[in-house]
Design a protein. Structure first.
Length: 190
C-alpha cells in the first residue's frame, strides 16, 4: 500500500510540476535571443507557432525580435523585407492580440520610418501615432502602450518644437504601470 501511494504521488508530481513542450520551447527561444542568437530564437518560435496556431505569444515574440533587431541596425539590407513580412503577421493578429499588437505595429512602422526619416516622416508618423493611440485606447493600463506613445512624441518633439511636459508625465505613468503589471498568462510580454 505504501509503495502504491508513493508511486501515485510521484506520477502526480511529475504531471503537475513538469513543464509542457510549449513552456520549454518558449524558454529556449528566449534564452537563445538573450544570448545573441535571434535567428535561432525565431526558428524555435516559428515551430511553436505552427504547433499552436491559436496562441499569439510565439508570433508576438518573433515579430518583436525581428523589429528590435531592425531598430538596432536600420540601415541593414533586409530591413524593408522585415517590415513587410511583419506587417502581414501584425495584420493577422491585430484583432486577436489587442493592444500588444498595436504597440508592435507602431514599432514596426517606426522601423520603416527610421530607414529614411526625411522622406517617410510625413507618411509614417500618423500611422505610428494612430497605432499607439489605439493601443492606449484598448488598454489604458498597458505600460508598453503608454510608454511607446509618450516616447514617440518625445522623439518627435525635437523636430516639431512642442512642449514635452505632458509626455514626460506619460513616461512617469508608464513606469508606475510597469511596476503594477501582472499577468497569469505564461510568457505574456513584460
Amino acid at each position: 500500500m505504501r509503495k502504491l501511494f508513493i508511486l501515485v504521488c510521484s506520477v502526480f508530481s511529475v504531471v503537475c510540476f513538469g513543464q509542457s513542450k510549449y513552456e520549454l520551447g518558449m524558454q529556449k527561444a528566449l534564452q537563445q535571443w538573450q544570448s545573441g542568437q535571434p535567428k535561432e530564437a525565431i526558428a524555435i518560435l516559428d515551430r511553436i507557432a505552427v504547433s499552436d496556431q491559436e496562441n499569439w505569444i510565439p508570433v508576438y515574440y518573433k515579430v518583436f525580435i525581428e523589429v528590435t533587431g531592425g531598430l538596432n541596425n536600420p540601415k541593414g539590407t533586409d530591413v524593408e523585407d522585415i517590415v513587410e513580412r511583419n506587417r502581414l503577421l501584425i495584420e493577422q493578429w491585430l484583432e486577436k492580440g489587442g493592444a500588444e499588437w498595436y504597440v508592435l505595429k507602431g514599432m514596426n512602422e517606426t522601423l520603416e520610418l527610421i530607414t529614411d526619416p526625411m522622406s517617410k516622416g510625413m507618411t509614417q508618423s500618423p500611422i505610428i501615432n494612430k497605432a499607439y493611440e489605439t493601443a492606449v485606447a484598448l488598454d489604458p493600463t498597458n505600460p508598453r502602450a503608454v510608454y511607446s506613445l509618450a516616447s514617440f512624441h518625445l522623439n518627435s518633439a525635437k523636430f516639431m518644437k512642442v512642449d514635452v511636459a505632458y509626455y514626460c508625465t506619460m513616461v512617469e505613468k508608464s513606469i508606475t504601470l510597469f511596476d503594477q503589471q501582472k499577468s497569469d498568462v505564461s510568457f505574456y510580454p513584460s
